[in-house]
Ligand binder design. Structure first.
Ligand SMILES: Nc1ncnc2c1ncn2[C@@H]1O[C@H](COP(=O)(O)OP(=O)(O)OP(=O)(O)O)[C@@H](O)[C@H]1O
Ligand SMILES: [Mg+2]
Length: 463
């Protein structure tokens, strides 16, 4: 369906001024608004007019607990499981918005809303509904997917992967926020790239931000920019990441590693797509599609009060969970062969094969570091191998060679370094060894990533 056809939108509110404003805005943007002043009327009009979407104000003027709005939501859901419902809640009534999402609302916006944001939320909800029903959530096979979408960098045919690729195809063209979950090395960034590439924004920038690497004190100037003179070191204006990503996609990586004050600031900009550069009071507007990723368990972080639940709901209109490699062993050989071809090309080697035994051996490993670890294992094996085929020994030899040397061979005489110097040197060595993959560096050093970031900052190590 195209956007030119007029869709009916039911607005539920007991406040005449809200109804008029919303009706005017929707009409101007080619929708047909229908007004209902009470929950009872809303249910009647829903049957009568079959609207494509419902906007439900949770705060009726008679009472502000939102109970009436929640009850209406439950009744709408009981009558129709699929119709998108967008809630309007007062700024600050976060619990109500969160409860609404849990009870089946599609999305929420805060009062006072920005018209641009409201229209974006409405059209995204409608786009998602259309793509969902047109394919009945049926998953496609690899060939069909490749004909429809640009997914060539993502290797594999595993059933879980195909489901994910089908979802990507379905939602890429919408403005829906996407949260990508999965262990380290499972391909989250690759998936984020594919979402951008297959979207209408693909000709615009995709800006990647590693949130774990930005200390709280620098968050605002990094994300929103600053004006000259905003603080001592601000010698000139700086453009923030949101402005760079305008009309394109912003990829918020390591979203679970943000401190709570940064979370509030991020929530604000996601809420109404406006922000202020540090040192300026002017509101700037940006139009961005948000894709976020983490290997943290966000629900656990919410339970521990380390992550805001309302921020989660701003990010996860669509959630994609990537399986660890050990749960898609049927893809291991194909990925290995793909990586092998690429590595040989990169090093200017002729074709190198993979013996049957090596294929079996690769399939049986646990791969805690997932595809990244598999990639590295192949690269190392190619470097130690002299034959035209990699066998099991190429892998086991290369593993032994790359294992950390025993301490005795490079022990330092007491007093030659302070503990701090040693720590700094260890961090630098690990960064080189793990190719600046901070998750692996932190694991290797027995640190949490937060602790690693603190040390990087302390020692002024730039990654
Ligand atoms: N399906 C795949 N086919 C081929 N290569 C893949 C696939 N998935 C991931 N890779 C490769 O594996 C490596 C790790 O992928 P990526 O960086 O996207 O992982 P990640 O989930 O973001 O990891 P982290 O949590 O550590 O940031 C990359 O080199 C990527 O190209
Ligand atoms: Mg990543």
């Amino acid at each position: 369906m195209n956007k030119m056809s007029k869709e009916k939108i039911l607005i539920v509110d007991d406040d005449q001024s809200v109804i008029s404003t919303l009706s005017f805005l929707l009409k101007k943007n080619n929708y047909i608004p229908i007004a209902a002043y009470t929950p009872k009327q809303a249910l009647e009009f829903m049957q009568e007019h079959e609207p494509a979407l419902i906007i439900n104000d949770m705060n009726y003027s008679r009472q502000t607990s939102g109970a009436e709005g929640m009850e209406l939501l439950a009744n709408i859901r009981a009558a129709n499981a699929d119709i998108p419902v967008i809630l309007i809640t007062a700024w600050g009534s976060i619990d109500l918005a969160v409860a609404g999402i849990k009870a089946g609302a599609t999305d929420f916006i805060n009062k006072p809303w920005s018209n641009q944001r409201l229209l974006q939320v409405v059209s995204t909800a409608l786009d998602l509904r259309i793509t969902q029903s047109s394919q009945h959530k049926k998953e496609l096979n690899r060939q069909a997917l490749d004909q429809k979408y640009q997914l060539s960098s993502i290797i594999g045919k595993n059933e879980k992967l195909l489901q994910i690729l089908t979802t990507i195809g379905r939602i890429a063209s919408t403005d829906a926020s996407v949260l990508i979950l999965g262990e380290s090395g499972t391909g989250k960034e690759l998936i984020a790239n594919a979402i951008h590439q297959n979207s209408a924004r693909s000709q615009q920038a995709m800006i990647k931000v590693n949130l774990g690497g930005i200390p709280g004190s620098l968050f605002e100037s990094e994300m929103f920019g600053h004006v000259r003179g905003a603080f001592t070191d601000a010698k000139s204006d700086r453009v923030g990441r949101f402005e760079m990503a305008d009309k394109g996609t912003i990829f918020l990586d390591e979203i679970g590693d943000m401190d709570k004050s940064s979370q509030v600031k991020l929530l604000r900009v996601l809420q109404d797509q406006t922000f202020q550069a540090v040192g300026s009071s002017a509101n700037r507007r940006c139009n961005v599609r948000v894709v976020a990723a983490t290997n943290c368990d966000l629900n656990q972080l919410i339970d521990e009060n380390k992550f805001r639940e309302d921020l989660l709901y701003r990010l996860n209109l669509i959630t994609i969970t990537l399986p660890p490699l050990r749960e898609r062993r049927d893809d291991i050989v194909e990925i290995a062969q793909h990586v092998l071809t690429q590595v040989c090309l990169r090093y200017g080697l002729g074709t190198v094969g993979l013996s049957q035994e090596a294929q079996l051996w690769l399939t049986k490993q646990r791969w805690p570091g997932n595809i990244r670890q598999l990639t590295q294992a192949i690269e190392r094996a190619v470097l130690v191998n002299d034959n035209d085929e990699l066998d099991v020994q190429s892998f086991t030899d290369s593993e032994r060679l790359s294992a950390p040397k025993s301490l005795s061979s490079n022990e330092l005489p007491v007093g030659s370094m302070t503990l701090e110097e040693m720590e700094k040197s260890m961090i630098k060595q690990s960064l080189i060894q793990y190719n600046h993959n901070l998750t692996q560096v932190a694991n290797n050093l027995g640190l949490t990533r937060q602790a690693l970031y603190r040390r990087l900052e302390k020692y002024g190590i730039i990654v």
